[in-house]
Design a binder for this molecule. Structure first.
Ligand code: FES
Length: 65
């Protein structure tokens, strides 16, 4: 699903960027240009970022417990 229409960025691309090490909106801006034009996608992009970060961290938290 498209998150950023201006730059045709999908949630899959954001999740892939997080898998590759992105951990902030700044990283997404630098790598994918998310929220660098009209900015309407920023809120949704942040939600996808948080969800992707949580999915990466969840197994680490579970294994540490
Ligand atoms: S929809 Fe992402 S910058 Fe416009």
């Amino acid at each position: 699903m498209y998150v950023c229409i201006c730059h045709a960025v999908t949630d899959t691309q954001i999740r892939q960027a997080v898998s590759d090490g992105a951990c902030s909106m700044r990283d997404l801006r630098n790598e994918l240009n998310v929220a660098t034009q009209c900015g309407r996608c920023a809120c949704h992009a942040r939600d996808v970022l948080k969800e992707a970060l949580y999915q990466i961290q969840e197994p680490m938290i579970a294994s540490a417990a």
